[in-house]
Design a protein around this ligand. Sequence first.
Ligand SMILES: Nc1nc2c(ncn2[C@@H]2O[C@H](COP(=O)(O)OP(=O)(O)OP(=O)(O)O)[C@@H](O)[C@H]2O)c(=O)[nH]1
Ligand SMILES: [Zn+2]
Length: 208
Amino acid sequence: MTDTLDRPAPSESQDLASPGLVDTERVADLVGQLLAAIGEDPGREGLSDTPARVAAWWRSFLSPQPSATPTCFTEQHLSGQLVVIGGMSVWSLCEHHLLPMNLDVAVGYVPDGEVMGLSKFGRIAQQYAGRLQVQERFTRQVADEIAVVLGSNGVAVAVRGTHLCMSARGVRMEAARTTTVLAGGRFESDPVLSQQFLTLATDRWRAA
Ligand SMILES: Nc1nc2c(ncn2[C@@H]2O[C@H](COP(=O)(O)OP(=O)(O)OP(=O)(O)O)[C@@H](O)[C@H]2O)c(=O)[nH]1
Ligand SMILES: [Zn+2]
C-alpha cells in the first residue's frame, strides 16, 4: 500500500491511542478478576503474583520513552544522498485484540543541510509503538513526526507487521505479513528514489 504525505503537523487530538496514566493497582485488581472469570484460582501458587506482574507490564508498555528529542547535525554538501535506516523492530499492541504486533520499521530521507541522529529514528518508532495501535496509523505517525523534525515531507516509511491476532488466533495464518509504505515529497515525485528506498528497506524482509 502506498500513501502520500500531504498532511499537516501531527495532532494529538487525532491520536486516539495516546498513552494515559496507568492505574496499576486497578489493573492488577482487574487482572485478578479476569483470572477468576476464566475459571482460575488467582490465589494459587504460580498466579498469586501474576496480577502485579501484568499491571507492571502495562505501566512499562505505556510509559513514554525517555527523551525522544531528535538531535540533528548540520552537514553540508551531501549531494542528494539517500539515507535508509532499517531493521528497527518494535513491539506494539493491536487495539482490536490486545495482542502483540511486531513492527519492523525502515525510514528513508535525503538530508538537506542537516542530518538527524540515527538512533532518533528508532526512538520515534518506539514512542509510537508504546500504545494501542493499528499498523497504518503507526506508519503515518512515524512519518509525520520525522517530517516535522526534519521540516520536510521528503520522508519514506515502510513497516512490515506480524500480527499475532492473525497468526495465533482468528484466521491463524502464521506466515501473514502486512507491509505499509508511506512516501512523501521527493519519494513521491521521483520513482527511482522511491524504488531505491523500497529495495533497501525491504532487503532483510526478502532474506527472511
Ligand atoms: N487494518 C488493520 N486491521 C487490523 C490491524 N490489526 C488487526 N486488524 C484487524 O482488525 C479486524 C477486527 O475484526 P473483527 O471482525 O471486529 O474482529 P474478529 O471477529 O476478532 O476478526 P478476526 O480476526 O477475523 O477473527 C481483523 O480483521 C484484524 O485482522 C491493523 O493494524 N490494521
Ligand atoms: Zn488484532
